[in-house]
Design a protein around this ligand. Structure first.
Ligand SMILES: Nc1nc2c(ncn2[C@@H]2O[C@H](COP(=O)(O)OP(=O)(O)OP(=O)(O)O)[C@@H](O)[C@H]2O)c(=O)[nH]1
Ligand SMILES: [Mg+2]
Length: 423
């Protein structure tokens, strides 16, 4: 056991606590005991039921070390959270509070810090309301055991801070949008790495770009997007690493991280990275969660499913899993490729599929009369397409690279202006 870790207890209404334990571990908590409550519907007052509360309280009192945290694998209502903390006398986190604490711990850059803060404020609002209620009835002196603020003031402060953070994030988001447009116009294809946390997205970014983004066994190592140019081959591609998905990713996190996740929405191709080495049903579940998340985010571009960590399986196991995923989850309408970032296997195959999946670009030239209308049309072309060359003489000749939709628009407007498409 890791001596630096703090002791925690997990309580769950499901049988499978592996993910919540991994989340606890990511925050340096050692789970010293697991409690299961076989209830279909959570108890109104305590979520886990009064008998389980007593059982846990007795365990905490009888344990020869301090228990620092009780983690409830579910979503607590503020009243249930208040009830449990009061009864058990230790901090109680539900799944969202735990994920938020991990995000807080990982946030490195300014944007990620603001995004986490925003999600925390959103999360805390109903809890503060609960505390106000108890403070008014004399049951609770201050807030979150701190008591520095009067609860009413704190509630007001949350509202003000939320507004300020939203404004700051909007500025960062606008800058990101400008940068993205600039890159697209510069002729770069945008490719995003998406997928469940710990699948190997950052490892793949590092391998494909020669970068050294942080790679860890722990969940949610990446909270800030990193964009790097893909090395090898001549196609200009920018790869973006993104925040990992998790089952029931709290809506407040999706909301707060919207601008970062937008990188997935606007990508020309999404590489959906999957850890194929886990148990078959876990791989299936995580793939489903990830695909649903992509639909939620409105990622309509082509998706390539990249099954990573093949080094941990035999050839037969890999074939069996791919066959299973194709038949049960993907239904043959998605491209799939197997790789091992660790052993650098399958990377050429991945790049081939990636290049095939990029939206096809057309190169052509148009000849326009010199006029004010042509000038404003050329400005429009600069905004929508990649201008490769432009020359002025008796006519203006513009060489352009664009996708099919923009090409159709350019040709049609060129004809309206009595111009010519020359190649
Ligand atoms: N065996 C094996 N391990 C791998 C491979 N690729 C990545 N890993 C390991 O998987 C773990 C997670 O890798 P990351 O690249 O941090 O995963 P991620 O998807 O970026 O994770 P988050 O940022 O947390 O969402 C690390 O311990 C990596 O060393 C692989 O091909 N084989
Ligand atoms: Mg990562």
């Amino acid at each position: 056991m890791n001596n630096d870790c703090k002791n925690a207890i997990v309580v769950s209404l499901n049988n499978d606590v592996s993910e919540i334990k991994q989340l606890a571990d990511s925050l340096d908590y050692c789970v010293v005991e697991e409690f299961f409550q076989r209830k279909k519907i959570p108890d109104v007052n305590s979520y886990i039921g009064p008998g389980k509360v007593t059982e846990i309280k007795e365990f905490i009192e009888g344990f020869d070390e301090d228990i620092h945290l009780v983690i409830v694998d579910g979503e607590l209502k503020p009243s249930q959270w208040f009830f449990l903390e009061k009864k058990l006398g230790v901090d109680v986190f539900d799944r969202i509070r735990l994920i938020l604490a991990i995000f807080e711990n990982r946030a490195d850059r300014k944007e990620a810090k603001l995004q986490v803060k925003l999600a925390q404020l959103q999360y805390e609002r109903p809890f503060v309301r609960e505390l106000i209620h108890h403070a008014r009835s004399g049951e609770h002196p201050g807030l979150m055991a701190g008591g520095e603020y009067q609860v009413d003031d704190y509630y007001e402060m949350i509202k003000k801070q939320t507004k300020k953070i939203r404004n700051n994030l909007k500025k960062i988001r606008d800058e990101r949008e400008l940068r993205r447009q600039h890159r697209h116009r510069g002729g770069f294809y945008l490719v995003s790495l998406a997928g469940y946390t710990n699948a190997g997205k950052s490892s793949l970014l590092n391998l494909l770009s020669g970068e050294k983004v942080k790679v860890e066994e722990r969940l949610f190592s990446t909270l800030s997007t990193t964009t790097r140019r893909l090395k090898d081959r001549n196609v200009p591609i920018l790869l973006t690493d993104t925040v990992g998905f998790i089952q029931n990713l709290p809506a407040i996190i999706v909301d707060a991280f919207h601008s970062t996740l937008e990188e997935i929405e606007v990508a020309d191709v999404v590489l959906l990275v999957v850890d194929i080495s886990e148990e078959k049903n876990i791989v299936e579940n995580k793939l489903r969660v990830s695909l649903d998340e992509l639909v939620e985010l409105g990622a309509t571009s082509s998706i390539v499913v990249v099954c990573n960590k093949t080094d941990l399986l035999t050839k037969d196991e890999i074939e069996d899993r791919i066959d299973y995923l194709q038949r049960n989850v993907l239904k043959d309408d998605k491209k799939i490729v197997c790789i091992s970032v660790k052993n650098k296997e399958g990377i050429d195959g991945l790049l081939d599929i990636l290049y095939e999946s990029l939206p096809h670009l057309f190169r052509f030239s148009i000849k326009l009369p010199v006029s004010r209308e042509s000038q404003s049309f050329i400005s429009w072309i600069y905004e929508k397409a990649n201008v490769l060359d432009i020359s002025y003489d008796d006519f203006v000749i513009v060489s352009v690279e664009s996708d099919a939709v923009v090409k159709d628009k350019i040709v049609s407007r060129c004809n309206d202006l009595n111009g010519l498409v020359i190649s």
